[in-house]
Design a protein around this ligand. Structure first.
Ligand SMILES: [Cu+2]
Length: 207
């Protein structure tokens, strides 16, 4: 009995210290999140809640969704664009494993774009835009991520420049396997290389 009592005591001590560890990890995450929010707030100078830098649940993630902070070079939102992006193997072009239902989206300068990513595969995919202004979007990124069979919606506002932005899925090898696209703002710049169905490789393979 005495031995069992000691064992129980040890077990409960271990449990307590494990719970403490979990709490500290949780606290650390909370502290990091509030630092991130504080930084985001200082950089964007807006005063409504910017605690939506990232929303995360079992179905996926939305990062840097922004429906109301205007890029500095925009006086107003010029157009509301709604885009439905479907992703999955059935959209793969010849020679690729995966695909989006479109690989190019054309939008006006200073437009507000609401994207719904619908994942028709059974594995995780992303729709990630790069090169947006860092004073609004941390790392210049807008990012949707969905688990297999799920959907995710988010909003961002593009600046006034005629720019072609890269869109891709950053999961290992998915871009090379077909998940690369582009957003052309206004007249855009030249097409990015290797956009399935749109542009050739920058350095074509020599056979
Ligand atoms: Cu993917």
């Amino acid at each position: 009995m005495a031995a069992a009592g000691i064992k129980n005591q040890m077990a409960s001590r271990m449990m307590t210290s494990m719970l403490n560890m979990r709490n500290s990890v949780f606290m650390l995450a909370m502290v990091l999140m509030s630092i991130t929010n504080a930084v985001a707030q200082t950089h964007t100078h807006h005063h409504h809640h910017s605690d939506h830098a990232m929303s995360l649940d079992v179905d996926g993630m939305t990062m840097n969704s922004n429906g109301d902070v205007l890029p500095r070079d925009c006086d107003k939102v010029t157009a509301e664009i709604e885009v439905e992006v479907r992703v999955g193997r059935q959209y793969a072009m010849r020679g690729f494993t995966f695909g989006f239902n479109n690989h190019e989206w054309r939008v006006p300068p200073c437009s507000r774009i609401t994207v719904t990513l619908i994942n028709e595969d059974e594995i995780r995919h992303q729709w990630m835009v790069h090169g947006l202004p860092r004073y609004i979007y941390s790392q210049g990124m807008f990012h949707l991520e969905t688990s297999g069979g799920k959907r995710r919606t988010g909003t961002f506002i593009v600046p006034s420049d005629n720019v072609t932005y890269l869109v891709h899925c950053d999961i290992s090898h998915h871009m090379e396997q077909g998940l690369k696209g582009q957003i052309r703002v206004g007249t855009g710049q030249d097409s990015l290389p290797s956009i399935p169905g749109i542009s050739g490789a920058l350095y074509p393979d020599k056979y």
